[in-house]
Write a protein that binds this ligand. Structure first.
Ligand SMILES: NC(=O)c1ccc[n+]([C@@H]2O[C@H](COP(=O)([O-])OP(=O)(O)OC[C@H]3O[C@@H](n4cnc5c(N)ncnc54)[C@H](O)[C@@H]3O)[C@@H](O)[C@H]2O)c1
Length: 452
């Protein structure tokens, strides 16, 4: 339904431009989320400009290169040929019609939301805001961020005194604001990106309609919700659901190990139930930018409402403990072979936070390596997707991926990430001992294997 049809209004003009694919789309933050989004809009013939503060990324893209493994250079070159541009010059935002923000939302050292990337981006946009522009936040965050953090900065920082268009107060001198969460699943090739429904919550019906039109151009289905906060909470519900269920199977794995049961066999059997059960799998700990981080955005916000999110805290406790369980398992397995962790050579297979991706963020492998090193183990690692591990927010390992050969030289081969490139039969054959945190050696029978 079109709310306002007079083509002279900024709303109608933008709606029309979106329908004609003439709306100039800005994507702020060209990382794992922003770059694919910018390429999708370019593919759909929108004029797209990507903005980032990281000059290296801008230079790489302008030269037709890439920094994300699953986006090969020809994809960037094709997008460039179709008009995709990249810049760190925020004054060019004034020429844009829609601005989509995809910047990081990590936790600080006290495990609290770090909104500095959102606030800095908002401060960068505000001076260039125009009436009739649409600003959409995609970064995962707690309910209330769009209205309590983003909009005040945009309103205070623009010279023209523009206000966000609010329900019941239609205003041609306003800009439009919405929140729409990102639902990407890195490494998942079973669902095309455009077939993942896109949830959208506008500050007012006009913002919702514009955002729905914009996303409707690249996604098969748009799911409107009543407010930005409802859309923010939707994303957190999805990720908390995963976090809590992974904690549940992690805890049940610990019990199953003690009871001599194979948790993976049990999960597979339970998953044959055609209703009411969705399988989650245990592992060496949570990783990635989302699942270990996002739930704590909500538990932090909940305190403002005098509310404790006990499921989130408990799930966090169990999941954070998993790398320690891996350390104990390696120590026990070595001990059974009359060896100590101290001085043992351990080869860690896979450091990416999940299978077949090149993303290290919050990877449990980093904690496991640090824990083993602290006990005196000599660690090497192999990962076909991560040639080097340098310095991150919480670690400084400075290690190079070692070739997958002479496996017999290691006292223990520790499978942390089950990349599908690995030949697990060969790994078992050549290793002295294999500690498997992912059930990657499923189907292989050998006294060398310890599943944990
Ligand atoms: N990676 C995923 O799979 C995934 C999935 C769903 C949701 N998310 C959410 O999406 C958001 C972005 O995540 P990501 O993985 O793409 O992060 P990323 O770190 O890969 O990319 C963020 C980019 O933003 C840039 N940036 C930082 N400050 C900026 C500023 N002021 N202006 C312009 N650019 C700036 C950084 O240089 C970087 O290139 C986060 O909130 C994350 O939680 C990520």
């Amino acid at each position: 339904m079109t709310i306002q049809s007079a083509s002279s209004t900024p709303f109608a003009e933008l709606k029309n431009k979106i329908e004609l694919r003439q709306a100039r789309v800005a994507v702020m933050g060209l990382g794992y989320v922003g770059l694919p989004l910018a390429l999708l809009y370019t593919e759909q013939k929108f004029p797209v400009t990507g903005f980032d503060i990281d000059e290296r990324k801008i230079t790489t893209l302008l030269q037709g290169g890439t920094y994300i493994l699953r986006i090969p250079p020809p994809e960037i070159q094709e997008a460039r040929a179709h008009g995709f541009d990249a810049t760190s010059d925020f004054s060019r935002l004034a020429q844009m019609d829609a601005v989509i923000i995809c910047v990081p939302t990590p936790l600080n050292e006290y495990h609290e939301p770090d909104l500095s990337y959102i606030t800095n981006t908002a401060k960068g946009i505000a001076p260039h805001l125009r009436a009739g522009q649409l600003v959409i936040l995609e970064s995962t965050t707690y309910p209330g961020t769009t209205e309590e953090v983003l909009i005040p900065i945009l309103e205070q920082g623009n010279k023209r005194g523009l206000k966000a268009s609010r329900a019941g107060k239609p205003n041609d001198e306003a800009f439009y604001v919405a929140f729409s969460p990102e639902r990407e699943d890195p490494g998942n090739t079973s669902v095309a990106r455009r077939d993942i429904p896109k949830v959208v919550g506008g500050l007012d019906p006009q913002a919702s309609e514009l955002a729905a039109a914009l996303y409707g151009a690249i996604f098969s289905r748009v799911v409107p919700v009543s407010s930005p906060a409802a859309a923010e909470m939707t994303k957190l519900l999805e990720n908390i659901y995963r976090c809590v269920n992974i904690a549940l199977v992690n805890e049940l794995k610990l019990l199953s190990l003690r009871m001599g049961l194979d948790i993976w066999e049990v999960i597979d059997a339970a998953a044959t139930k055609p209703f009411g059960f969705h399988p989650f799998y245990p592992g060496p700990g949570l990783g990635g930018h989302c699942i270990p981080v996002d739930p704590f955005y909500l538990s932090w916000k909940a305190k403002e409402w005098d509310f404790r999110t006990r499921f989130i805290e408990l799930a966090g406790e169990i999941n954070i403990g998993m790398p320690y369980h891996v350390l104990d398992s390696v120590a026990k397995a070595l001990n059974q072979r009359k060896k100590a962790v101290n001085g043992s050579r351990v080869l860690v297979l896979g450091v990416a936070y999940k299978r077949d991706i090149d993303d290290l963020r919050e990877s449990p492998a980093l904690t496991i390596i640090e824990l083993l090193q602290a006990e005196g183990a000599q660690i090497s690692y192999n990962d076909p997707y991560i040639p080097f591990v340098g310095k991150g927010r919480k670690y400084n390992l400075q290690m190079k991926s070692t070739p997958l050969e002479n496996l017999g030289q290691y006292d223990c081969t520790l499978i942390v990430t089950d990349h599908s490139d690995y030949d697990y039969q060969r790994i078992v054959n050549e290793s002295q001992l294999v500690v498997d945190t992912r059930n990657a050696t499923r189907g292989i029978s050998s006294p060398k294997i310890v599943r944990c």
